[in-house]
Design a protein around this ligand. Structure first.
Ligand code: ADP
Ligand code: MG
Length: 689
């Protein structure tokens, strides 16, 4: 049925009813096209079965065992339970199945099967709950195959997604290729539809990597094409909001307790010359965590205000927006800044407060509007918006630019990012859009002390946290997951909060923070942490971006091996922001040498650019899946470090295509053109834009 079928609603798929559709919608999947681009987060392999004595508890294992003794069937309330033991010469394992009466007939003492599932160690024996059971022939036919594991929401099973996916591929049949064949040949990239099928159902590791590479290339090509097209239209935009340097910023710079670093000063001068120049500003400020980007934003916003305009500061989270608002208010009071009238506008405000904020914005009473991305999407009427600053966007503000253009606004845009993209890559990705690099940290900071440790160190770490808290400091503890069960053997915020409460004296206040909480709840927690009402904050990576609590001196990262190095660096950047010595504990739960070697890099350096480079050198293709909720430009399959060659190639291809056909009007580019124009996530994977 091809491309047209992609817009069909998923409920048209066999086996996807109303209830499942709703669950899919929660994951952002509405159409068949959305479904096909709902990529697995990892894959299960069918390794050769092991002996009972070789199982690794806490992990997926396939074991070849013979059922021993009798099969015990029980009922507990409305649960039917089947239990038995299975073993080989080297040991035995207790098996339990719930509500699986259909199994009863195939379970016979003396028969041999492959049991595949999670092994737990309970006391002195091993157990497996609900392992999948295969005959030896069945298992042999699967060996080497990879099964997709999808991101899920409660109620949606991996099996349901897999089934729907299979159905979708059958119905779609095939999809058109849209990348010119000479490019595919040159880079040895596989066909688009093959790649899409393989990313879901790879026959083996090699095919999976081929698929990922192909789809990564597409992400880069579309990204670069879109940027180039935008840039062409932008260059013609003249500066409708010319500004001059004002005395207030000079006075503020004199009064601040510190002097701007050379790099901060250079960035600030770049901005001044942009906004007073002849065309609209489009600048990326790239500065490592803690390099002092906020004050640069403040200077720019103050300049806009003093020139009689409005400016907006957009943060990626409500928590960060609220924090910026508070710190601006404090500075305004402390340094008696006259012109800047900030207002906070976030979803967490009450309807009444929102209305009042909107009034102040439309009437021009407020001239520094702080909030999340919603600031430019929602129905906010600005009186005379001239500058938009985006904080911690990890990417150039293309989306913002588009949304603003959609509102008929040609404001100056200043994007601030802490992602240390090597400069050469940044120039390739962004073309020659303007970039200022803050590659210098403010002086007088004590370097963070690091350690990479194993799980046996946990009690020592808790004691260390206790001592720091008793000395008046605060601590962050990061876990990859929110709740149990999302992934095996990985710590989660909910349970870990309890563990810490149990392990720390009751006088120490432990609280949790994660992305699924209501905005108001998150704000309340962050504020309490900033006020020091909370001593230890257990959190997911939601705190990765920008939070500034200088009194926090300990960052403990659980399952550190699960994060990308750049992400670990961002997390670490939450401490070491004040005058006290700070510490970062990387807790490595993996036994392999690779993880240890990778984490040792964090031990060696606190320099984000160095870390990004090392990360690039060390990561293998296998690291590109999994818990990588990375901030690095957020391509879904592409990784600018690992795939640096593809980034370069795609940029060259984009330039070549556009030089021969600047409007993409040739028939061979029609699908490409559609993909760039498509706003929805469907097909285009514009997660990045
Ligand atoms: P980031 O670049 O990560 O956003 P922030 O702007 O939050 O960093 O700055 C981190 C801390 O450094 C803040 O407490 C800020 O007041 C302080 N700071 C900024 N610039 C300087 C400087 N030049 N000298 C000393 N401290 C500075
Ligand atoms: Mg910041």
């Amino acid at each position: 049925m091809g491309n047209n079928y992609l817009n069909e609603h998923i409920s048209n798929l066999k086996g996807v009813g109303e209830k499942t559709s709703k669950l899919f919608e929660k994951c952002g999947v509405r159409t068949v096209g959305d479904l096909l681009s709902y990529y697995p987060r990892c894959y299960d392999g069918f390794d050769a079965p092991v002996r009972a004595c070789d199982v690794r508890p806490g992990q997926m294992n396939a074991v070849k065992l013979t059922i021993i003794g009798s099969i015990v069937k029980r009922r507990v309330r409305n649960l039917s339970i089947i239990a038995f033991e299975a073993g080989d010469q080297t040991g035995k394992i207790k098996m339990t199945y719930f509500n699986a009466p259909y199994l009863a007939s195939s379970l016979k003492s003396g028969t041999t099967h492959i049991f595949r599932g999670m092994v737990q160690k309970k006391g002195s024996f091993y157990t497996m709950d609900q392992p999948k059971m295969y005959s030896q022939e069945e298992y042999a036919s699967l060996s080497g195959r990879l099964m997709p594991r999808y991101p899920l929401v409660k109620g949606l099973t991996n099996n349901a997604v897999t089934k729907a996916m299979e159905q979708a591929f059958i119905n779609v049949g095939s999809l058109d290729e849209y990348v010119p064949s000479d490019i595919l040949d040159r880079l040895s990239l596989i066909n688009y539809f093959d790649a899409l099928r393989c990313i879901h159902f790879p026959e083996n590791d090699k095919r999976l990597e081929d698929a990922r590479r192909r789809l990564a290339y597409d992400e880069f090509l579309l990204f670069v094409l879109k940027l180039r097209l935008l840039k062409m239209t932008q260059e013609e935009i003249s500066n409708s909001f010319p500004m001059v340097e004002v005395s207030e910023t000079r006075r503020l710079l004199e009064q601040l307790p510190y002097k701007l670093t050379g790099a901060q000063m250079a960035a600030w001068n770049d901005i001044l010359s942009d906004i007073s120049g002849s065309s609209v500003m489009n600048r990326l400020i790239q500065g490592d965590v803690g390099s002092g980007k906020t004050v640069i934003a403040l200077l720019a916003l103050l300049t806009a205000a003093a020139n009689g305009y409005q400016g907006a500061l957009m943060a990626p989270t409500e928590v960060l927006a609220a924090q910026h608002f508070e710190s601006f208010k404090e500075l305004i009071e402390k340094y008696n800044i006259q012109h800047l009238k900030p207002v906070l506008l976030t979803g967490a405000l009450s309807a009444k407060d929102k209305k009042e904020a909107q009034r102040q914005i439309s009437e021009g009473e407020a001239n520094c509007i702080i909030g999340t991305n919603a600031l430019i999407q929602a129905k906010v009427n600005y009186k005379n918006l001239a500058l938009v600053v985006t904080d911690e966007q990890h990417r150039f503000g293309v989306r913002q630019r588009e949304a603003l253009a959609g509102k008929g606004l040609n404001t100056h845009v200043l994007a601030m990012s802490a992602t240390p993209i090597p400069r050469t890559l940044a120039i390739i990705l962004y073309g020659d859009l303007h970039i200022s690099v803050i590659n210098e940290l403010p002086g007088g900071r004590l370097p963070i002390k690091n350690c990479v440790v194993g799980t046996e160190y946990r009690p020592t770490a808790y004691k260390f946290i206790k001592d720091q808290v008793e000395a008046g400091r605060q601590a962050y503890v990061i876990c990859p997951m929110i709740e149990e069960g999302e992934m095996d053997g990985v710590t989660n915020v909910t349970d870990y909060t309890q563990v810490l409460k149990d392990n720390l004296p009751p006088s120490i206040n432990v609280a949790m923070l994660h992305g699924k909480m209501k905005p108001a709840e998150k704000d309340a927690i962050m504020e309490a942490f900033a006020r020091r009402d909370i001593d230890v904050l257990v959190s997911t990576t939601v705190i990765e971006v920008g939070i500034n609590v200088p009194n926090a001196t300990v960052m403990m990262i659980e399952n550190a091996e699960r994060f990308g190095l750049s992400q670990l660096h961002q997390l670490r950047g939450r401490v070491g922001r004040g005058k006290h010595q700070s510490y970062c504990i990387f807790l490595n739960t993996s036994e392999g040498d690779d993880a240890k070697k990778r984490l040792e890099i964090m031990n060696k350096t606190n320099d984000g650019f160095k870390i990004a480079e090392e990360d690039l050198l060390q990561r293998g293709p296998g690291d590109l899946f999994g818990v990588r909720q990375s901030g690095d430009l957020n391509f879904r399959l592409g990784d600018i470090y690992h795939d640096a060659d593809l980034v370069k190639e795609s940029a060259m291809d984009a330039d070549r295509i556009l030089s021969s056909d600047p409007e993409l009007s040739l028939p061979q580019y029609s699908v490409l053109k559609d993909k760039i124009a498509t706003k929805s996530a469907n097909l285009v994977d514009f997660a990045t834009l």
